[in-house]
Design a protein around this ligand. Sequence first.
Ligand code: ATP
Ligand code: MG
Length: 321
Amino acid sequence: MLSIENLSVTFKDRASGEDIRACDGISLNVEAGELVGLVGESGCGKSTLGRTIVGLERASAGRVLINGVDVLTLRGSRRRQARLQAQYIFQDPYTALTPSQTIGQAIDEALQIAGEHNARARMLRARSLMEEVGLPLDILERQPRELSGGQRQRVCIARSLVVEPKVLICDEPVSSLDVSIRAQIMNLFLKLRDEKGLAILFIAHDLAVVRQAASRVYVMYLGQIMEAGPSASVYSQPLHPYTQSLLSAVPDPDPRIERQRRRILLEGDVPSPARPPSGCRFRTRCPAAASICASEPPVMSIGEASAHCHFAGTVRLMPAA
Ligand SMILES: Nc1ncnc2c1ncn2[C@@H]1O[C@H](COP(=O)(O)OP(=O)(O)OP(=O)(O)O)[C@@H](O)[C@H]1O
Ligand SMILES: [Mg+2]
């Protein structure tokens, strides 16, 4: 349903005039009825990728196929139509809503823009949308400030469903919410995935967030995909040293294992995307880097699980004692 091929996005840095390659040759895909995780540290390009899919940023190279149609090559109204099939859910549901509008007005407006001219049909649809996202009908009379964070995120999800999208890009949609309601919102996404067959790309900072929900995960570092594979194998046998270090930071629910957990601490900072290291992007922080890592960029290994590493699957970083 969603297929990204070799996508690159470049920004000009205002201060230095340098080119920032926020996304550099990214390929990924999400099937209908599948929730896929996209994970990586702050600044690695996750939001840029998501925003490019829905047309909020311009790609400098590559293709974005939604339901088989390359949306980057379309123009005018056909482009807008195709774009609507992918909807973006933001991290902060408060800023995504207009403070002075009631929720009913916001949904009504979205339905009008989507071309529903019959006021009664809009009212009925707004009610059924509330039901779909698990909100009581009286929410329609209220303003965003009168709602909890979780309710606001449900409203944003309802509004995104107005155009009956095929793809949802969820950009850290639970990180601003209270821990106790994160699972409820996560379950709502899973319900929509199953009932509507939505393809969901779920962006998160941390591998723990998508562990239960995602059938597959992509791990991103400095604008590139470092590892991709079914969750079961990425979490139990990570091929890439970067994934191994990320996983070592995830607390274990079992207190006995958690007490003995050792973190793999990476040295140094993430380099600037304006001046990425030669060869492998991760090499300046990789405890297993060898000379080939500086001289040659690795290619993605082939397999159900794959990694962008010269030593994919053969390195196993030992956590510091
Ligand atoms: N409009 C812009 N102009 C210039 N640089 C930008 C712009 N948007 C993003 N960047 C840069 O692109 C890189 C990727 O940013 P992006 O927001 O996609 O990262 P992210 O993975 O979503 O981070 P976070 O986890 O903090 O949300 C960063 O170096 C960022 O500074
Ligand atoms: Mg982001």
